[in-house]
Structure formats: structure tokens, C-alpha cells
Design a binder for this molecule. Structure first.
Ligand code: NVA
Length: 365
């Protein structure tokens, strides 16, 4: 497979030779679904990760009640958990390389405590690829506003250099306004954020070819959806799914397309009718996840529910990466015709998500 060396050689070539190479090569950004053969992917890095100190109302609305008190400035995740999470991310990167996928990694060793941030382990929240376009999300949480810039901008520049057709849309100045929370909060509002500036997390959207299905949430508002629409390449459109989730934040533990025509869903958050209302899914096999996933005793799930089996990474509609100890999910996806590739990931799970959260697909197909 490819590794960093390829790009160094490429960069050393004269521009005309480079152009010849890039025109015969796969592009650096070209993906518009969740299941076509994965050719290039970003795998995050934890760095010196800490509990994100978002506005308390934002935390209260989305994070597990028993852990809300931890989300204060400069509170690191336990060192042991971070070290193991970092090793799990490296292991995932190694698995993907062995499966023939080109793997990109962000900068290592970022001190997120000093930056007043969170981590670089969850790039799915901050970047979405649609066709040749990679869009930086206008995070609602201001403690995440510099995440992509700090950890990923070097990589994004590299992608643009490798592929002149790649379009990278950095978040615009208007999206940094710190106006999303109304004080006092209005209890009648469904979401903690208002619509005063565009906000979305990329993980509130899933790509199904020319249709992108999203959800409104405590981090995604209508102005954010309009902002996403305005930056999509021609021919793509966004439809909003009717989800029953008072704590909504990220759609990637609610629906999981395993291949074209087969989708697994969280039966308490979404109905078959709501899914089938979307034309692109009208004829799909829609399968409710068949049991209630259990959280491990350790490490704790500080930031999510236990529904992370739905946060898997599909390699090509036949292979899917699943947490190594999760026998029940492995059996279930196996029954659906998938080959499960096992990767230990409990410590990454602990700090915010699973395989889908920790990656961004750059090239599929
Ligand atoms: N907030 C959702 C999605 C996590 C990836 C959950 O906790 O299930």
C-alpha cells in the first residue's frame, strides 16, 4: 500500500511529471457514499485529549448525565485511557493499510489541554467529503473551533497539492460568532442552539450518493444545513431525517448503511417509515438493530450511549470494522453477509466514539 514516502517522492518531481502522475492516479478526494470500496481515509489521533469544555447547556443536552460534571476546562481524560486509545487508532490505521487503503494521519502529540480544545481523534465530526469537495464543519462547540486547523490543516494542504481537482472548503468567518446560546434558555425550544449563525457537525450527515441524509440536533441548526447545501458540488442535495432523539448529536449511531440496499438502524430513534420516506431508501432492506448494546464495565463511555456498534466503518459493502470484543454484533453483521474485521477500540469509544467517528473517508469507489 501507499505510505508517507510516496508523497515525498511525488513532491520532489517537477510539476509536469507530477501532473502526469496525478492524472493517472486515484484522486485525493472523491467519495459520496458510505459503502463503495474505501481507497483513502483519515484516521484521527488522540493527542493530549481532554473533556471538551463546551457551554454547560450544550453539555447537559448531549452528554451522559453521570459524566456531565467532568466537562470543565483543562480536565484531561485519564492518561491510561488516552495512551490505549492512541494505540488503538494506530492499530486501526495498520489494519486499513493492510486492507489496501491509503491512510492519512493528522499531527501527533497536540496538547489539547493547552489549546482549550478536545482531541484530534474524532475527525468525522469536523470534515465531510462529498464528491471532490471536503467541507470543514462550523462546529457549534467553540472549544472545537480550532480542531481541524490545528491537527489537520497540514494534511488538507497536502491533499490539495496531490489533486488539483480536490476542493477544500474551510469554515468561514461568520461561523465563529459565539451567539448560539440564548440566555436564559427557553424550555420550549427543542434544541439548545439558536439559528443565529450556521452550525453543524459533519457527523450529523450520511452520504447516499447524490442524496445526503442529515438530522437537526443540539449541534446542527437550519442555518448550518443551508451552509452545507451552499457548499455542495452540483448535483447533490440534503434531506432531513425525522429522528426521535431529545439528546441528538451525530447521526452515526442511529443509521448504518452496510452496503447499497441494506441499512441497519436504531429502532428507538428512528422508524422504518421515517427512513422509507426518503426516496433513496424506498426499496432498501431496512433492518432494526436486534438487541440493546451493553457498555463495558471499563473504560466508561464518557460521551456517548452504548449504541456504538452502529458506528462501524464499512470498507466495501462486504467488509466492516467492528470492536474486537463485540461478539454479538460480529454475529449479527455476519448474518447479514458481512465479513467483520476485528479491531480493539474500547478506549477510543471511551473518549467519544467508534470507527466511524474516528475516520473520514476521502476516496471511495
Ligand atoms: N450521540 C450519539 C452518537 C454517538 C456517535 C450517541 O451517543 O449514541
Amino acid at each position: 500500500g501507499f505510505d508517507g514516502k510516496f508523497y515525498d517522492i511525488n513532491r520532489a518531481l517537477t510539476p509536469s511529471i507530477r501532473m502526469t502522475i496525478s492524472s493517472t492516479n486515484t484522486p485525493a478526494v472523491q467519495a459520496d457514499d458510505e459503502w463503495s470500496p474505501l481507497k483513502a481515509v483519515i484516521v484521527g489521533r488522540a493527542g493530549r485529549a481532554c473533556f471538551p469544555a463546551a457551554h454547560p447547556e450544550m453539555i447537559k443536552a448531549t452528554m451522559p448525565t453521570e459524566h456531565v460534571h467532568r466537562f470543565i476546562p483543562k480536565n484531561p481524560f485519564p492518561k491510561d485511557i488516552i495512551e490505549k486509545a492512541e494505540a488503538e487508532l494506530d492499530f486501526l490505521a495498520a489494519i486499513l493499510k493492510a486492507e489496501g487503503v491509503r491512510v492519512y494521519r493528522p499531527l501527533s502529540g497536540i496538547d489539547w489541554i493547552a489549546e482549550g480544545g478536545y482531541t484530534g481523534a474524532m475527525p468525522r465530526d469536523g470534515l465531510i467529503s462529498v464528491g471532490n469537495t471536503l467541507i470543514e464543519a462550523p462546529f457549534a462547540w467553540s472549544c472545537r473551533s480550532r480542531e481541524i486547523k490545528l491537527a489537520y490543516s497540514q494534511m488538507l494542504r497536502q491533499l490539495a497539492e496531490e489533486d488539483e481537482n480536490a476542493r477544500i472548503v474551510y469554515r468561514s468567518a461568520e461561523t465563529f460568532a459565539d451567539t448560539l446560546i440564548n440566555e436564559p434558555q427557553d424550555e420550549k425550544d427543542q434544541w439548545v442552539i439558536n439559528n443565529s449563525r450556521p452550525a453543524f457537525d459533519a457527523a450529523d450527515f450520511m452520504r447516499f450518493g447524490s442524496t445526503i441524509i442529515g438530522q437537526y440536533s443540539h449541534v446542527t441548526n437550519q442555518a448550518g444545513v443551508e451552509y452545507l447545501r451552499s457548499h455542495l458540488p452540483v448535483g447533490y442535495h440534503v434531506e432531513m431525517l425525522n429522528v426521535n432523539d431529545p439528546h441528538a448529536m451525530h447521526i452515526d449511531a442511529t443509521i448504518l448503511p452496510l452496503r447499497e440496499g441494506l441499512l441497519v438502524y436504531h429502532p428507538y430513534k428512528v422508524t422504518e417509515d421515517a427512513l422509507r420516506a426518503h426516496k433513496v431508501l424506498a426499496n432498501w432492506n431496512l433492518v432494526p438493530f436486534p438487541f440493546i448494546p451493553q457498555a463495558p464495565e471499563w473504560p466508561p463511555l464518557y460521551m456517548t450511549s452504548a449504541w456504538l456498534p452502529l458506528n462501524a466503518l464499512v470498507l466495501d459493502g462486504e467488509r466492516v470494522i467492528v470492536e474486537a470484543s463485540d461478539e454479538r454484533t460480529i454475529k449479527f453483521y455476519g448474518e447479514l453477509g458481512m465479513k467483520c474485521i476485528k479491531c480493539p477500540f474500547k478506549h477510543v469509544n471511551s473518549i467519544g466514539g467508534s470507527f466511524h467517528c474516528a475516520t473520514v473517508d476521502l476516496v471511495r469507489g
